[in-house]
Design a protein around this ligand. Structure first.
Ligand code: GLU
Length: 384
């Protein structure tokens, strides 16, 4: 037997190569010149070239782009310093158009269509709306568009907003089952202390778990730029790792920052210990209280065991009290649990379409719903 080859931790290039779906989050401080308040167009062109190269290599990309408020405040001549809530809502309304337009232009140069998606906290936290946002993002990916996502700051109020795009990006990564989340920042990673103040501060290359000690360091090394800083990046890392998505903090303070990252630029990787699919199935199987039960026939039970979706035709009984997006148990005629999943219909509609072909849904409900009662991505087989 030959000796085991020497093993190195995978490089950034290895980790990025292995990912088929990547979320890239870009902060306001990178997009908008601090002094003039103008969009940094040349830099943006470079990012677009980077993204085009990743797409050509077969990756699907979702962008989470900040900058709406920063751009809007300049255009409307709002003062520096903190804005009132109504002012930032108004600034976002003005700036978001310019932001989306800029992305459309720079990506059109590479024949890449752009889709604007504005999300609120509710869209990611409320189960029913979460399913909607998730399937729209999935369809955009399938169609080959790059979603350019931001928080819908114009309607978000203080109590119900993220306020920072780091955590929003982590939720998007979870929702889209992305394997990697890239946070482009004004700093090239997580440091043990504030590198601007402490000469002994060192950057972490690799973090596998966000321990309380790591979180405490984030507080100490907060960069103070943008709404985020390091604290929200650590919160994002927790969300991402929980969803099986690895996250990297890298510097955007250079041209072609994503190419630089792939070529070994300094950064901090937070490495997920499970895949996004596994994380999602575990979440569905273990973390949600089921609100109802769908009893299925033998054909549907076989389809589930083969990893297929549950169609309305195979459902023979519907019990419980659930809304669209709630978790339900799927059981066989003997009452044995086969699976758990997020159901695409509320109980009333589920009862109406149970036992019917998907093609009949529109006639039965008066609207064109989803073909599946539970989509296979939303199903975790738990039973015998
Ligand atoms: N959604 C905000 C904007 O577009 C940015 C939030 C953040 O700085 O993370 O202006």
């Amino acid at each position: 037997m030959s000796a085991a080859p020497e093993t190195h931790p995978p490089s950034s290039a290895d980790r990025l190569d292995a990912a088929t779906r990547v979320v890239v989050k870009i902060g306001s401080a990178l997009l908008v010149d601090q002094a003039s308040g103008r969009l940094r167009r040349h830099w943006l062109d470079g990012v677009a070239s980077d993204l085009a190269a990743w797409r050509a290599a077969g990756k699907e990309i979702l962008l989470v782009s900040s900058g709406a408020i920063a751009l809007g405040r300049r255009q409307m001549g709002l003062p520096r310093g903190p804005l009132k809530l109504e002012e930032s809502q108004a600034a976002a309304a003005v700036g978001q158009i310019r932001l989306a337009h800029a992305w459309q232009e720079v990506l059109a140069a590479h024949q890449i269509p752009v889709a604007q998606v504005l999300l609120t906290l509710d869209d990611t936290e409320n189960r029913r709306r979460y399913l909607n946002a998730r399937s729209t993002l999935g369809t955009l990916m399938k169609l080959g568009a790059v979603p350019v996502i931001n928080e819908n700051d114009t309607v978000a109020t203080t109590e119900i907003r993220y306020g920072d795009n780091d955590r929003l990006a982590a939720r998007v990564a979870e929702m889209a089952t992305a394997e990697v989340l890239v946070l482009l920042s004004d700093i090239d990673g997580l440091y043990s202390a504030d590198p601007g103040r402490d000469a002994a501060a060192r950057r972490f290359d690799l973090i596998e778990e966000v321990t309380p000690a790591i979180a405490a360091m984030a507080g100490a090394s907060s960069s103070g730029v943008g709404s985020g800083g390091m604290v929200t990046k650590i919160a994002a890392a927790r969300l991402a790792l929980g969803a099986g998505c690895s996250m990297v903090i890298a510097s955007g303070r250079r041209d072609r920052p994503l190419t630089a990252l792939a070529q070994g630029a300094p950064c901090t990787w937070f490495v997920a210990q499970k895949s996004p699919r596994t994380a999602r199935k575990l979440w569905i199987a273990g973390n949600l209280a089921p609100k109802g039960r769908l009893t299925v026939d033998a054909g549907a039970a076989r389809a589930l065991a083969q990893g297929r979706s549950l169609l309305p035709a195979g459902v023979v009984a519907v019990d419980g009290r659930f809304e669209r997006g709630d978790a339900v148990v799927v059981a066989d005629a003997e009452g044995r649990e086969l699976a758990r999943g997020l159901v695409a219909y509320g109980i009333e509609d589920a009862r109406r379409i149970a036992g019917h072909k998907s093609g009949e849904i529109e006639a039965l409900l008066g609207y064109r719903g989803r073909d599946e009662m539970i989509h296979r991505d939303d199903l975790a087989v738990t039973g015998p």
